[in-house]
Design a protein around this ligand. Sequence first.
Ligand SMILES: Nc1ncnc2c1ncn2[C@@H]1O[C@H](COP(=O)(O)OP(=O)(O)OP(=O)(O)O)[C@@H](O)[C@H]1O
Ligand SMILES: [Mg+2]
Length: 295
Amino acid sequence: MADAMIIADNLVKIYKTKEIEVLALQGLDLTVQSGELMAIIGNSGSGKSTFLNMIGGLDRPSAGTLFVDGQDLFKMTDRELVKYKKNTVGFVWQNNARNLLPYLTALENVMTPMLFSSVQKKKERAAELLELVGMGHRKNSRLHQLSGGEQQRIAIAIALANHPKLLLADEPTGSVDRRTGDYILDVFRSLNKELGITIVIVTHDTALTKKVQRVVSIRDGKISSERILKEEYQNPADVTFDWLTEETQDEFAVVDKAGRIQLPQEQLEQLQLAGNKVRIRYENGRILIEAPEQT
Ligand SMILES: Nc1ncnc2c1ncn2[C@@H]1O[C@H](COP(=O)(O)OP(=O)(O)OP(=O)(O)O)[C@@H](O)[C@H]1O
Ligand SMILES: [Mg+2]
């Protein structure tokens, strides 16, 4: 696939410590196209941050395949990985302390990671990026003078400093209120639209993800289902509606290469299984899953 930004195939991550072994990713398959704006949701401990860290080159996967922008993350040397982290990906964290330097101004913060030669160039680019995230008017403010949501927008500008093709955000709206979170999501949407940058956002917040093209759910280190934005919501400028109350996406279960699907918890409960077996029948173009007759 020529224009895939991320290809993860049967990706496995095992964390090993002296006492325990955690299987954080259990054969995860996911392809993200160039220019996509998508979100990953899932319960705490399901493997969201682990997956993002693998894509961001912050940690090495244990097995499987992982390509980002045509580069094989399994084959990279440590030196290549450092370069990859600087040039290909930008990262935004939930925790501002990890994104920002408190004693610098907004402008200086955005200039810090820049690889360009002249100070003048850095200043210009940093000012441009602050404009882009709607913070141009606060470029000389120090961080303690800014709200959490404003700091998060500065963090996004920093992540964009070296023209990454891929922006990764781990719970970027985790410590701001709903309205600010909504605004930050709009910043991502406009960056995606204006710059064509591929964006992957990890979140707990299912309401916020209603605006993105695609949402995948991770359960136990695997993709279990996907939601896709309905056609009538693809062009939000054309219509006015309340994102939070309307059903903007269709939900699908994901079938893996071995033909496995995960039944949604709700449907599983409705089946009222006595054991661990179901009957599967093919009927008039449909597959029916039934509880077996009790004997
Ligand atoms: N460095 C590590 N060493 C050992 N286990 C780890 C490490 N990092 C994560 N884990 C484990 O891997 C699993 C997945 O963790 P991960 O941080 O990816 O979850 P998450 O989906 O991001 O959760 P949350 O929503 O709480 O951030 C968890 O069981 C976690 O305890
Ligand atoms: Mg996490």
